[in-house]
Design a protein. Sequence first.
Length: 345
Amino acid sequence: MKKTFTLIALLLSLGLITSSMQAQDIQYSQFYANPLYLNPAMTGASEGTSFGVNYRNQWPGLDQSFVSYSAHVDHYFFSANSGVGLIFNRSQQSMANLSVSEMGLTYAYRARLGFRSFLRVGGQVSFMDRDAYFGNLVFGSQIDDQTGAIGDFSGENLGEDFRHQFADYSVGLMFNNDNLWFGFSAHHITQPNISFIDNELSQLPVKFSAHGGYKIDLSGGASRNFLNNTTGNRELTFAFNYKNQGPFQQMDLGTQVNLQPLVLGVWYRGIPVSKANQTTHESIIALVGISVSSGLSMGYSHDFTLSSLGNANTGGAHEVSLRYSFLAASGKGAGRKSSMPCFKY
């Protein structure tokens, strides 16, 4: 049964071979802990220097799982009102030994619209590498329907090892004030060809994302912990993230409470947004994080599968994030509180 679930999931999610299938980007539950992946306009949004790594293991209960890694570094230049960053992404799917690697350069410019209101405009250019090994795949044409024996030749026009490389481009916008933010991003805007087969066209669909939220201050800005003489924030935040890529569309709704240093959150992923797409009830996500005043943040989340695949079959998904933000250099405006009110994770 698990093998059946695995095969269905792989075909729906990755679109490995034929041009009629649509590929879908890997998604992270803690997407605000991976800001450059969410929206290039968030480059330098910490208004300092930031390093971050993310790890996700999706459906570990199946025979074949999806494993994703991401790392980023970005820096904000106060003198130029600009952020510059680097991002590295890699995902691995074990059935076809398919791996997708990305190395990207991001840039964002921050314009002041009014007192404590800003608009960020960003872009990203990436080098993409897709590598797959099909030597272990078994096709129906190889199986003897009398004996069940597997033959050597499938008749499929596939070699064993494939590699495809291409450039990719993304853009984004982000508006925010002290309590509200709204962003929009478009990835793969040139819809590059991702087919492993010569003279075949399989375009990677544009991924659109609209995301935003609102932060409520629960403590007038700060709360005093008299045990260790520290001051921390107490905030309640509500947010959404809508994504559309080819035939796939999805709405995520969530909330987080920040009782510094503890952060607790819950998301409901996949509320249907159209009658034609009723398979988007995907998961409930629980999150716990530690975010200390030194700039270090650590988060863990677990996806509890709600779809027909079932949490008992898939094992849900585990995700871990680690970030460190600091002020690397002095500059005009340095040292003040960051104007971005976004989620911690």
